[in-house]
Design a protein around this ligand. Structure first.
Ligand code: IMP
Length: 209
């Protein structure tokens, strides 16, 4: 997929070499290093380059990933990769969506964020469905302003109370379709094989490497 105009464009390939990961999250950078290392890509974190974190003013996951990647590419003069992800609940019109991190408040309390989601669902008609999906948008930007983007997704339903201690964020209330364990109960490797992030990375690797 290309971020430029409506015309289908050839997908730009990513040459071996340095790639800025537009994230200050060390865990994310490590995970991406493991994924892309075998392709001759050398990830460097935005924190190592002292790049600022832009305000996420976009109204979609792709727009937010794109603005983070474009800023990092522009400031570093190197290709840059950014992601944006979150939980979308059908009966809540897609909330918390791009505000998934913000629902956890300043203290990043995801017990609170999960309770908020559950309370909002409980306030609806009793027969309301609990379908939800995680989305992960990846944007790969070059210093000349070219962007390629990819969107991964995993579908499931929300359970209450939360189950499991693994993972992070909303994992403990998310039961992926076709499985009996929540993301919070699953072995991390099993989650990584089916997650929205894995889906987006698979698409990106197939397209640009
Ligand atoms: P960001 O993409 O780093 O801004 O993360 C957005 C928020 O979405 C996270 O803080 C989590 O609350 C939520 N989220 C994204 N991916 C996952 C996941 O794999 N499991 C649980 N929560 C997630």
């Amino acid at each position: 997929m290309s971020g430029e105009g409506d015309e289908p464009q050839a997908i730009r390939k990513l040459a071996p070499g340095k790639l800025v990961i537009a994230s200050h999250n060390a865990g994310k950078v490590r995970e991406i290093r493991d994924l892309l290392g075998p392709y001759g890509i050398e990830p460097i974190s935005a924190a190592d380059l002292d790049l600022p974190e832009p305000e996420e003013t976009g109204t979609t996951f792709v727009a937010n990933a794109e603005l983070k990647a474009l800023q990092a590419a522009d400031l570093s003069g190197l290709p840059a990769l950014a992601d944006d992800s979150g939980l979308c609940v059908d009966a809540l019109n897609g909330d918390p969506g791009i505000f998934s991190a913000r629902w956890a408040g300043e203290t990043r309390d995801f017990g609170l964020a999960m309770s908020l989601v559950n309370d909002r669902l409980d306030a609806l008609e009793p027969e309301t469905g609990r379908d939800a999906h995680f989305v992960c948008a990846l944007a790969l930007a070059w210093p000349d302003g070219h962007v390629e983007w990819f969107e991964g997704r995993v579908d499931g339903t929300l359970v209450w109370p939360p189950r499991g201690e693994n993972g992070f964020g909303y994992d403990a209330m998310f039961l992926p379709d076709g499985g009996g364990e929540t993301f919070g109960e699953m072995d991390p490797q099993a989650k990584h094989a089916i997650s929205h992030r894995a889906d987006a990375f698979r698409q990106m690797v197939a397209a640009v490497l």
